[in-house]
Design a protein around this ligand. Sequence first.
Ligand SMILES: Nc1nc2c(c(=O)[nH]1)N[C@@H](CN(C=O)c1ccc(C(=O)N[C@@H](CCC(=O)O)C(=O)O)cc1)CN2
Length: 282
Amino acid sequence: MSQARLMDGSALARRIVEDTAKKAADLKERTGTAPCLATVLVGADPASVTYVRMKQNRSRKAGIESRHVELPATTTTAELVATLDALSADPTVHGILLQHPMGEHIDERAAFEAIAAEKDVDGVTFASFATMSFGLPGFVSCTPGGIIRLLDEYDVDPSGKRAVVVGRSAILGKPAGMLLLARDATVTYCHSRTQDLSAAVREADIVVAAVGRPRLIRGEDIKPGAVVIDAGYNAGNVGDVDFESAAERASLITPVPGGVGPMTIATLLEQTVTAAARQLGV
Ligand SMILES: Nc1nc2c(c(=O)[nH]1)N[C@@H](CN(C=O)c1ccc(C(=O)N[C@@H](CCC(=O)O)C(=O)O)cc1)CN2
């Protein structure tokens, strides 16, 4: 029987998006300009197509214009960088989202770094990573930022807690750990070379699963009363955590779907409106 309380990302995301829509409307009224988010998709990976569509639809509902750039899977790094340079220089675009993954032949870092810092509403550049890591104002990576908002919403203070982040990707695991560190958690990163994952997870007061391996984290490894954040995206809306068994021991747990996912998009929209306001001098 499940004991954990659900951390309802859908409900919190809805409130953030409603608030963001009001700010977007206010900005348009004051400046005559609606915030604009450019989405860039390389190739046609079905999951990425879905995520980009979700971002466009929710942008529209929040009064954010979207400009979509679709590039073929054969796009080179140089071509992608040229596209991102053009969007970075375009004053009618306030935020840029480069959907990940983008193909193994592409130098992902070169592509992310082509996004102007002031338009990095997805928090993927080195500049954003630095401000995020030092707890300074700037744009956060959207999923990690959404995770911190969920923790705040459910009164989970990471200070002094042992946090274990499973996964070290540039857009998820690494920044999630840095945001928790900035909140004074004692952070351990686990990854494919970690020798005893179960032992590390068993120590955790906060577990962030961000590795993309369906049901990797099981209830028997969850410390009783731990907070479990499932940030795994796998086919069929299955998370990285075995929800049923983990919920028996956790005090709080995010569901998949309806947990971290909606928070990712809400954070993106919120940061787009912030970027637009700054660029429009409001
Ligand atoms: N440039 C980026 N690429 C990727 C990111 C990112 O933040 N920036 N994150 C993931 C995927 N992702 C957004 O791109 C994403 C995944 C899932 C959801 C979501 O809301 N999922 C729903 C379920 C969706 C459904 O019904 O099919 C949920 O969890 O409730 C949002 C965003 C990789 N790439």
